[in-house]
Write a protein that binds this ligand. Structure first.
Ligand SMILES: NC(=O)c1ccc[n+]([C@@H]2O[C@H](COP(=O)([O-])OP(=O)(O)OC[C@H]3O[C@@H](n4cnc5c(N)ncnc54)[C@H](OP(=O)(O)O)[C@@H]3O)[C@@H](O)[C@H]2O)c1
Length: 298
């Protein structure tokens, strides 16, 4: 299969590219930079040079593909709403290019966009938040619109994706701890983040491409919930900083812009996904990778 991968130079996308090539697929990776293009060629991919928001060019690349994995996203937190609305247009363009075919489009999203009302891990079938509440949900809404039109569209919701270099949003927890000279968690620190090793996530994208069902939501979840207290203790040990509990009222002072996210409990289940796609995560867990991380380089 010739697979067009957006975000092919990113953390998740670069692993997706290597996994697809190892499994015998031909990959065309999107890159907007020379360095990204060179990395893709080294990985054995072809390169499509463009900005993802150049929708005419994007449509041309999408029309030539047998399947698409969309992982590009601008994570600049200062303008999340605009970047999320741009992603809505990107997804609509990719979907339009495949309209009337059964060629699959897999869209990256996050398990954090599904909120647990009960404290139980959220499931693949639970409804996502709206973009009025969480701007990033624009991508899920764009997927809904394409699914309603009958496209072979799937959404891959990712938890904290990790290896020993990156652990999703945990890198911001490390940076804040270093700036603050201490590692804090709120209350008893029982709020949780789900996790998956990046190589397991990459393999799951391929499984969905090869075997997934139109309209499905998948959760790339290996661990349903690692507590913020456990994470703080590992960061504290690695940075040799004191670890302490703070009150919810103290959270904005300590966490700054991350305060709202840092106080949410976000457990997620991947049980349905594991069963439907016969996916067994085998990579190291989040705390193991976090212990191995070079915290001074994060
Ligand atoms: N990593 C996680 O823990 C996690 C958790 C939940 C959801 N997700 C979602 O999973 C997806 C992949 O995440 P990631 O961690 O791999 O992100 P990342 O490392 O930040 O990579 C983002 C990719 O998007 C590309 N990109 C951004 N703006 C672009 C533009 N205007 N034109 C062309 N390319 C552009 C980047 O290209 P450059 O290399 O040129 O910058 C890069 O390849 C995203 O949708 C993300 O929101 C990730």
């Amino acid at each position: 299969m010739q697979v067009f991968v957006t975000g092919a130079t990113g953390f998740v996308g670069s692993f997706v590219v290597s996994d697809l090539i190892s499994a015998g697929h031909e990959v065309v990776g999107l890159s907007r930079s020379d360095a990204g293009a060179e990395a893709l060629v080294r990985a054995g991919a072809k390169v499509f040079r463009s900005d993802v928001n150049d929708l005419d060019r994007l449509r041309n690349a999408a029309e030539a593909a047998d399947g698409i994995i969309h992982t590009a996203f601008n994570h600049d937190a200062s303008d999340l709403k605009q970047h999320s609305e741009n992603d809505r247009k990107v997804i609509a363009t990719l979907g339009a290019a495949l309209a009337g075919t059964d060629r699959p489009l897999i869209i990256a999203s996050g398990t954090g966009l599904v909120q647990s009302a009960t404290g139980q891990p959220v499931r693949e079938t639970d409804a996502h938040a709206t973009s009025a509440v969480f701007p990033r949900a624009a991508s899920e809404e764009a997927a809904d619109a394409l699914i309603d039109q009958g496209g072979n569209i799937m959404v891959m919701r990712l938890p904290q994706v990790h290896d020993t270099r990156r652990q999703g949003r945990i890198r911001w927890h490390i940076q804040i701890a270093r700036e603050q000279g201490r590692v804090a968690y709120v209350g008893e620190g029982r709020n949780r983040v789900p996790a998956v090793h990046v190589s397991d996530a990459a393999r799951l994208f391929r499984r969905a491409l090869e075997k997934g069902e139109a309209g499905a939501r998948y959760h790339a979840v290996a661990e349903e919930g690692v507590t913020l207290r456990e994470i703080a203790e590992v960061i504290g040990a690695r940075l040799r900083l004191p670890v302490e509990s703070i009150t919810p009222e103290e959270a904005p002072d300590y966490y700054g812009w991350l305060a709202q996210l840092a106080t949410l409990d976000l457990p997620a289940s991947g049980a349905l996904t594991q069963q439907q796609l016969d996916w067994v995560p085998t990579g190291p867990d989040l705390l193991t990778d976090l212990r191995e991380t070079d915290h001074d380089a994060t």
